[in-house]
Each structure stands twice: as structure tokens, then as C-alpha cells.
Write a protein that binds this ligand. Structure first.
Ligand code: CMC
Length: 435
């Protein structure tokens, strides 16, 4: 008689059977605990890209890809997008519950008072070429934070972890804005404590010492919303990178720098930049949209419809739905014939054609978060190569919260996957002159 919550695995070559426990999540897909597999049967599991592998337990974010559901700590992304602020969402992700008024005020004070960077950081920036991609600068500068906070570097001390989290969330807008300022030869603007989180970032991006600058409230709201939507997304490539890096008890700033490097790729956070480049290419080429849809379907062509498809969502990405609506409203506000409308209209056209096409239907390929976000960022005056930087700025809270969860988890161990070796068997070394 089999126990209820197990699955039986039989090795047909030896007849040996083992029972593996089925772990029940609070919601979502049941998970087979395979930890005893190697010990009991002498096998590894093979799962490149982690298609069927849960790498950890987590109580931060829930996704249901089939039904297009995303929740942070139990709150739907739609409700947070409509009612919350980025700072409140950061608190929710980090502490597990929405703050009361006093808690939010205190959190705001803490985050606001850690935004300044050590003056020595200016020298880091000047070491980069002017045309360096801001994501390259981010990887270097965020990693360098680990050299500045050596007193609170005990990763097993909850207070050290908390102060590192606060520092990262606070300093990321300054680091991000300065990477833009450096590339454009503009003076670095120091943060202003009277401004909220998103206004402060726009201020450090666009203000100059020569005149007053007040961030446009419509743009501030749109940015804050984008930050909420990008704040966490469970075990994506960059978050898993942060966890894996941190699993060796590495410094959190170095672990987050590794996450930034992972995010940069066009299959991940770099897609928002790639979407706009694709739309511009389409416009410049003068070819019709169908030509690009056909290229995306052609397996001999490396071209993919950027901003389409997702490992988990086999339905419309709920974040894309929200962003599409905000983008539409924002452009309407800017007035008819604004320069971004053409890009938005082209995206809508691509989406409409793709969603009726058998290729995209059969593979469940829908617009993802990056498909419409770029148009909003462009309308804010954010240059293309800063798009992924803003994604990184938003995702920092997710990364550091996952890192902290991992550090507290008694089951977590150094991440060390196994492999299916396909190389040579033992060979004898042959002297150079005899080869
Ligand atoms: N255009 C054309 N075909 C696609 C696309 C696309 N954008 N995405 C997936 N496919 C095809 C793919 O060729 C494959 O076809 P087949 O079964 O015939 O071999 C099938 O759909 C499954 O794709 P996959 O690459 O095996 O799926 P994956 O889960 O490994 O990759 C993805 C997911 C997001 C990397 C992929 O959909 C992609 O490259 N999309 C474009 C880049 C992009 O928009 N990335 C942003 C992801 S969302 C933001 C974030 O969280 O980072």
C-alpha cells in the first residue's frame, strides 16, 4: 500500500523501487522531493534550464503561468499597481506584510537617508569609457559597494542583512542615474531628501545645477508603476543567479552585481531595449509587419519577436496588460501625433497579428512585460540603453529579499548542480613534439 503523498520510482534495470515525497505548495504545482534519489538509486536528474525543477522554497511571490497570475506576498499585481507605491511594495516584499502608516514613514526615512554614495564612487565612474553601456557600469559599481561596507558583512547576522538591503534599495537610483550622467558628460546630481523615491531618480537623471527641476507628476506615477511591476518575479534567471552566488555566503553586493549581469541579457531584462530596437528597425526597413512575423517563425533565422514569450506565462503576462493600458493613456495625454505613438501602434499591430498566428498560438507566445514598457520609458526621456538599468533598479528589492530568504532557510545549501558528462574517457598525455 503506497503512502498518500509519495510517488514511486522504479529502476527497471534493477527492479529497485523508491518512494519520493510529494511536497505540497500553499498554491501551485506539487513538487517531487528528489534529494534522496542519488543516495538511494545512484541517479541524477537532467533538467537543463530548470524546466521542471524547483530550486528552493519561497514565500515571496506566486506566479501561475497558465492563468496569467502574479502576486507579491498574496497581493495581486493588479491591485498593487492600482493602489500601492513602489516604496510600500518594497516594504511588502521585504517584510512580508503591508506597512502601517508609522512603519511606512520609518521605512521611507531609512531609504531616503541611505541614498548618498561615498564620494570615492565618482572615481569609479571616471574609470569607464564614456560610451560604456550603463549596465556594464552597474555591474562594476554595485559590486564595488562590497568594498565600502566591510563592518556589516556578516551574512548570518539578520541586522547586517537588513542594512545591506536598505543600502542597496536606497543607492540603486543614485548609481543608475549617475551611470547616465557620466555617459553624457553631465555633472552628478546628489539625491534630494524632500523627493519621493521615483521623483528622486528622475531628478538625479534630468536636473542640472544650473536651474530648478520639478519631475513631471504623470511621469513619476508611470515610473513608480513600472518599478512595482518589475519588483519581483520569483525564480527568474537573475534572481536565481543572486541566490546561487549568495549560496556560497558571498557578499550581498557582489551577489546582486551577478544578478545585474544576468539581467542584462536580451532573453531576460535586456529585452525591453531589444523591443524598441526591433520596432525602430521595422519602421526604418519600410517592410510590413508580416515580414517580421514570418522571420520570427523561421527556424533558420535567429530573429525572435522580442517582448514575446515567457518561460512561465503561457498566457498574457499580467504586467504587460497593465503596461499596455498605461502606455495607451500616457500617450493620449501627450497629445496626438507624438513621436512615440508610431512605436505603440506598431506594437499593437504586431501583437494583433501574432496572437492570430498558429505559430504563436500553438506555442502560447504572448506579449511579456517588456513588450510595451519601452515606449513608456522613451516617452519619459529615458535613453534606450538605460531601460535595463531601470529594470535592475526595480528588481533590486526582489533580489535582496530572495537572498535574505535563502540565508534564513535551514534547508538551503551551497548551489552546486551536477552534470551529465559527455566528454572523453581517460587519455594519456602525449608530449608536444609527438602530437
Ligand atoms: N519569437 C519567436 N519564437 C519564439 C519566441 C519569440 N519571441 N519565444 C519563443 N519562441 C519559440 C521558440 O523558438 C520555441 O519554438 P520551438 O518549440 O519550435 O522550438 C518555442 O517558442 C519555445 O521557446 P523556448 O525558447 O524554448 O522557451 P523558453 O522558455 O526557453 O524561453 C524566452 C523563454 C522568454 C527566453 C523566449 O520566449 C524569448 O526568447 N523571448 C524573446 C525575448 C524576451 O522577450 N525576453 C523577455 C522575457 S520576460 C522579461 C523577464 O522576465 O526577463
Amino acid at each position: 500500500m503506497l503512502k498518500k503523498n509519495t510517488i514511486t520510482l522504479k529502476d527497471n534495470s534493477t527492479g529497485k523501487e523508491i518512494e519520493l515525497p510529494i511536497l505540497r505548495p500553499s498554491e501551485g504545482t506539487p513538487t517531487i522531493d528528489v534529494r534522496s534519489l542519488y543516495r538511494e538509486l545512484g541517479y541524477f536528474t537532467y533538467d537543463p534550464g530548470f524546466l521542471s525543477t524547483a530550486s528552493c522554497r519561497s514565500s515571496i511571490t506566486f506566479m501561475d503561468g497558465e492563468n496569467g497570475i502574479l502576486r507579491y506576498r498574496g497581493y495581486s499585481i493588479e491591485e498593487l499597481a492600482a493602489k500601492s507605491t513602489f516604496l510600500e511594495t518594497c516594504y511588502l516584499l521585504m517584510y512580508g506584510d503591508l506597512p502601517n502608516q508609522d512603519e511606512l514613514k520609518e521605512f521611507d526615512v531609512i531609504i531616503t537617508h541611505h541614498t548618498i554614495l561615498h564620494e570615492a564612487f565618482k572615481r569609479f565612474y571616471s574609470g569607464f569609457r564614456r560610451d560604456a553601456h550603463p549596465m556594464a557600469i552597474m555591474v562594476g559599481v554595485v559590486g564595488a559597494l562590497s568594498a565600502f561596507y566591510q563592518e556589516e558583512n556578516d551574512v548570518h547576522d539578520p541586522n547586517c542583512r537588513l542594512i545591506s538591503a536598505h543600502r542597496l534599495i536606497s543607492k540603486m537610483p543614485t548609481i543608475a542615474a549617475w551611470s547616465y550622467r557620466y555617459a553624457h558628460g553631465l555633472p552628478f546630481m546628489y539625491p534630494k531628501n524632500s523627493l519621493d523615491y521615483s521623483s528622486n531618480f528622475l531628478y538625479m537623471m534630468f536636473a542640472t545645477p544650473a536651474e530648478d527641476y520639478t519631475p513631471d507628476p504623470v511621469m513619476v506615477k508611470a515610473l513608480d508603476l513600472l518599478l512595482i511591476l518589475h519588483a519581483d518575479h520569483e525564480q527568474n534567471a537573475s534572481t536565481s543567479t543572486v541566490r546561487l552566488t549568495g549560496s556560497s555566503e558571498a557578499n550581498p553586493f557582489a551577489a546582486v552585481a551577478a544578478g545585474i549581469a544576468s539581467l542584462w541579457g536580451p532573453a531576460h531584462g535586456g529585452a525591453n531595449e531589444a523591443v524598441i530596437r526591433m520596432l525602430m528597425d521595422i519602421i526604418e526597413s519600410g517592410k510590413d509587419v508580416q515580414h517580421y512575423i514570418d522571420r520570427a517563425k523561421d527556424k533558420t533565422d535567429r530573429f525572435r519577436l522580442m517582448g514575446f514569450g515567457h518561460r512561465v506565462y503561457k498566457n498574457y503576462d499580467p504586467r504587460a496588460r497593465i503596461i499596455r493600458k498605461v502606455c495607451h493613456d500616457l500617450l493620449k495625454n501627450l497629445g496626438a501625433n507624438n513621436e512615440y505613438q508610431q512605436l505603440f501602434d506598431l506594437s499593437v499591430q504586431l501583437e494583433e497579428i501574432a496572437l492570430k498566428d498558429e505559430y504563436f498560438i500553438s506555442r502560447n507566445l504572448y506579449p511579456n512585460v517588456d513588450f510595451y514598457s519601452g515606449v513608456i520609458l522613451l516617452a519619459m526621456g529615458i535613453p534606450l540603453n538605460m531601460f535595463t538599468v531601470i529594470f535592475a533598479l526595480a528588481r533590486t528589492v526582489g533580489w535582496i529579499t530572495h537572498w535574505d530568504e535563502m540565508m534564513q532557510d535551514p534547508e538551503s545549501r551551497i548551489g552546486r548542480p551536477r552534470q551529465l558528462y559527455s566528454g572523453e574517457l581517460t587519455r594519456k598525455y602525449v608530449k608536444l613534439e609527438k602530437r
